[in-house]
Write a protein that binds this ligand. Structure first.
Ligand SMILES: Nc1ncnc2c1ncn2[C@@H]1O[C@H](COP(=O)(O)OP(=O)(O)OP(=O)(O)O)[C@@H](O)[C@H]1O
Ligand SMILES: [Mg+2]
Length: 254
């Protein structure tokens, strides 16, 4: 469903910087793929190109057969709203609003009635087990709850591809586990395709496959198989071969 073909990215500036070189990546529908690599290796750059936040310098990206970078502005806005969901490290919730208001925020652009939006928020909260916090404001909830609210918001339009950049980066191990369990459940029940950028080997071990990049280039990929514990170990091993500071072992939580 996602095809990244020979994608390179050069940031222009006083000194041009080549952040990605000839990246090829195919993600099948329903797959849950992790992207790891040292800091500065180009993970966020790759995610942003797929998210259409930025444009590749060369190469092509297609999502469900559509190259979003070729769409006109309005079509692109619609495409992003329908096909893509985003989750970031810092939750990006609006602080004056309740969790419920945050979750329905993307729907306010659809011209739906308040009743319809409330219903949808309750449905999704029920499914994701966060009904208890719907009426709370963002300062009244924990980081893990905030991130689960952000995931609910990202899922409101049932996107075909969910893109997450370090969603557990600000969370402790318990809250990280909660968020990863939630993503895993969504992937299994909704068949949502997922791409997760992370430094955390435990979070990455929830993926079906992890792709490693180094210095903007593909390095290797490993597949999960049946045991998450064994996969976790394989991830740690690959990270230590990879070098750099992509594997801050002080942060490892098993
Ligand atoms: N807008 C930009 N302009 C110029 N250079 C950039 C820009 N964004 C990123 N870079 C550079 O591109 C390289 C890759 O950055 P990127 O953010 O993709 O790394 P990353 O793998 O996500 O790192 P981290 O793990 O620290 O988040 C870095 O050297 C960074 O300094
Ligand atoms: Mg990054």
């Amino acid at each position: 469903m996602l095809l990244v073909k020979q994608v390179s990215k050069v940031y222009e500036g006083k000194v041009a910087y080549r952040a990605l070189t000839d990246i090829d990546l195919t993600i099948e529908s329903g797959e849950f793929v992790g992207v790891m690599g040292p800091s500065g290796s180009g993970k966020t750059t790759l995610l942003n190109l797929i998210a259409t936040i930025d444009e590749p310098t060369t190469g092509e990206i297609t999502i469900n057969g559509v190259n979003p970078h070729k769409l006109k502005k309005e079509q692109l806005a619609k495409f992003r709203r329908r096909e893509l969901g985003f989750v970031f490290q810092d939750f990006n919730l609006l602080h004056t609003l309740t969790v419920e208001e945050n979750i329905v925020l993307p729907m306010t652009l659809d011209g739906k009635s308040v009743k319809e939006m409330k219903q949808k928020a309750h449905d999704i909260a029920e499914k994701l087990g966060i009904t208890g916090i719907l009426n709370k404001r963002t300062y009244e909830i924990s980081g893990g709850q905030a991130q689960r609210a952000a995931v609910a918001r990202a899922m409101i339009h049932s996107p075909s591809l969910l893109l997450a950049d370090e969603p557990t980066g600000n969370l402790d191990s318990k809250a990280s586990g909660d968020v990863m369990e939630m993503l895993d459940a969504i992937n299994r029940t909704e068949r949502t395709t997922m791409m997760l950028v992370t430094h955390d080997p435990v979070s990455a071990s929830y993926c079906h496959r992890v792709v490693f990049i180094r210095d903007g280039k593909f390095y290797s990929e490993i597949h999960r198989g049946s045991s998450r514990q064994a996969f976790f170990q394989k991830i740690i091993d690959t990270l230590s071969l990879l070098g750099g500071n992509g594997h801050d072992l002080s942060q490892v939580r098993v």
